[in-house]
Design a protein around this ligand. Sequence first.
Ligand SMILES: Cc1cc2nc3c(=O)[nH]c(=O)nc-3n(C[C@H](O)[C@H](O)[C@H](O)COP(=O)(O)OP(=O)(O)OC[C@H]3O[C@@H](n4cnc5c(N)ncnc54)[C@H](O)[C@@H]3O)c2cc1C
Length: 456
Amino acid sequence: MTVQHTLGAAAELRHLLGDRIVLPGDAAYEDARLPWNRAIDQRPFAVARPESAEDVVAIVRAAAATGLRVAPQSTGHGAGALADSDLSRTILVSLAGLRGVTVDPATRTARVLGGSQWNDVLAQAAPHGLTAMHGSAGDVGVVGYSLSGGLSFFARAHGLAVNAVRAVQIVTAEGRLVRASAEENTELFWAVRGGSGAFGIVVSIEVDLLPYADLFAGMLLWDVSRAPAVAHAWAAWTRTAPESVSTSLRIMHFPPLPELPPFLSGRSVVVIDGVVLAPDDAAAEIIEPLRVLAPGLDTFARIPSAGLVHMHMDPPEPTPAASTGAMLASFDGEAVDAWLAAATSTPGLSFAEVRHVGGAAARRPDGAGAVGSLAGDYLLAGIGMVPVPDLAPIAQAAVHALVHSMDAWRAPALALTFIDGDVDRELGFGGAAARLRELKAVYDPAGMFAAGHPVD
Ligand SMILES: Cc1cc2nc3c(=O)[nH]c(=O)nc-3n(C[C@H](O)[C@H](O)[C@H](O)COP(=O)(O)OP(=O)(O)OC[C@H]3O[C@@H](n4cnc5c(N)ncnc54)[C@H](O)[C@@H]3O)c2cc1C
């Protein structure tokens, strides 16, 4: 694109969209381009900030008129996945201004505007004694998380969050606002449940809610010196844990920071946390084999469901980090030893996690979309904090080293929500990859949509 073309497209966008578009050089640009993951230095051609479905239609049409692409982004938690895309001719469509949730307690569903976060859903669902299939952090976007699979602490009991999606209102590459569900635009509905932002900009989504006003959940924490005993015990325990139980094992290395509580600041710890969907007595009996390891901290108790988003201690503010993940077919004694070695000795690795999956998450329900289940009983995830940009290569190398150290136990699958760029996504789309590509050619033949997980 020549300078004249660039100037022409920018002026045309300004003419078509007025102050709904932010261009480099505008005072607001530096702020508007920032994703939640502050390690990602995304510099799009422009940032559009719609406040209505009509605005989104206008933005997609303006992009088509000016020969630009569009990339939907709700929060930027998944900005690492988009980082491989060339954004120099792409309008980043920040949906942060399109938030709102309506709950229908009778049908146990929520209608959620496209840029909403899980905290928005929980605030409306909790008064009705309902909760949602959110992940570990409340400020993750509902659309980005759900349409790429969505792995919650309800996953072993209730499956992937993507299967709770009932319908989407989506702006297509033609600039049309359509509804896709099991009854309307059924192929698009199949594709978007996995294909996500590669098929359009979702301006609202309807999801099923869960009937839990409260639940038995919490964490157990030990000093990292106990990691071998804890990790082997957890791995053995997961082999017979019922599907009502979804838990995670982590080794976490915290720098000494005044904003951290003393039990974390400057420490390395091993943590098990999760949810047991059972009455208190039965739940306590289920986790007893972990409690006998005498954790230094034990918060397992019945809590209001809306409190679950605080259990995993995810950062409450935008944070710079590198991350990646893999699915494991098993987590046997040798695998535990390999994981312990990598988790405790890889420079630049902040957190090493293994989540127990399987159960309902591994079963594809009738009527599911492109992604409907996750093969592999355990999810492996690594996170490296990037407090200064120079440390990004070390953090990247660390998370990939963790995954490579577990190659011998990998399952042929990927949880899309846990992978950033630089990974072959074919495994994440599984058997749906070829059909997704065919439908991409039908719904977005010019490749208008740049997505965190491209379909190409
Ligand atoms: C702290 C943290 C905790 C997490 N915990 C979990 C967890 O427990 N379980 C889990 O499964 N994942 C988890 N994730 C991963 C998270 O689900 C993904 O990063 C997900 O993509 C985030 O969605 P988002 O909309 O917030 O992010 P964004 O970066 O805004 O979006 C990611 C992608 O989703 C698509 N998208 C977003 N909004 C729209 C829209 N309105 N229309 C069309 N496409 C859209 C786009 O393709 C975009 O590139 C976590 C991530 C972080 C950083």
